[in-house]
Design a protein around this ligand. Sequence first.
Ligand SMILES: C[S@@+](CC[C@H](N)C(=O)[O-])C[C@H]1O[C@@H](n2cnc3c(N)ncnc32)[C@H](O)[C@@H]1O
Length: 312
Amino acid sequence: MRTYHNYTLEKIIFELQQELSDLENKEIFEFSVINPDIASSTYNGTELLIDGKKSFYRGYKTWIELAQLLGCRMLTPKELNATYIIIRYEKLNSDSSFHNVITDKEEKYGTDSIFTQIHKNEEASFIYYYLQALKNVNIKEKKRILNLGVNSGDEFEAIIDFLQNTDNMEFIGIDFCASAISQAREKFSSYDNFTFIQHDINELNVLKLGEFDLIISIGTLQSSNLHYNTLLMSIVQNQLKRDGAMILGFPNCRWIDGEMVYGARVKNYNFSEMGLLYKDVIFAKKYLQQKKFRVTLTGKDYVFLTATSIKK
Ligand SMILES: C[S@@+](CC[C@H](N)C(=O)[O-])C[C@H]1O[C@@H](n2cnc3c(N)ncnc32)[C@H](O)[C@@H]1O
């Protein structure tokens, strides 16, 4: 087994890339490192003298992060003794991603798609920042809430759990995916203040929904079938109340073989490239600031933009 006790991280990455390139998907690669519990309050790369040999300290965060960067999932490490552990990387099946599935555009995210296996509310870096965004827009005070690209309603479920009582509020979710909308209707069938409409966001105005206190749209406005800039401006002008608020979520991740993998992907690059993400986020930020909203940007695997009105 490889031992990486006194290697620099650069050298470890180089070796692991070579080892992993020879592995089939789902195969496991094991290597021994210094037990991270051997020290505390210690930064990565700190030199330690262990059994008379120079070694480098590294915490679990490095090994988990590196696993994902190298296309792997980190399995439970094995403890060799108090000083050394075995790190175990399982190579992800990169073919097992809904991003690779070609289907008609309306059912790409439907109940038969791999997308339904994803539970965003159970991903720490999604739910943590989404809840922060809900607090930031003062969700308790909002009465009419619109969700564009609602799919089966996960973002509404988180609001119900957060507020406990949503009786005096009205929720409307729009999505053009028929199967997702019928799943949402079933999930929320015990509530009479949740409405789900199967409709194309491009034709939002014909629904005559009126204005909303809060508009949420997660992972939707950048869809290739939508005209991002025009749509965003139209939503703000036509659907948002003067003193309303917005929460926009921009994915900065991909879903591969059970893992939420950090970093947006765009055509023609075989690595994560965030130019389009930054461009769209900054467009929304500048536009909303011009329209007299206070804008914050937070998040990690999803970038969350919250906008709250500062109009007098
Ligand atoms: C990436 S999914 C995000 C769903 C949900 N907000 C989430 O984050 O889990 C994008 C959603 O937008 C919907 N969508 C995309 N383009 C649409 C359009 N033109 N009209 C209505 N819904 C659309 C898709 O059907 C899908 O449910």
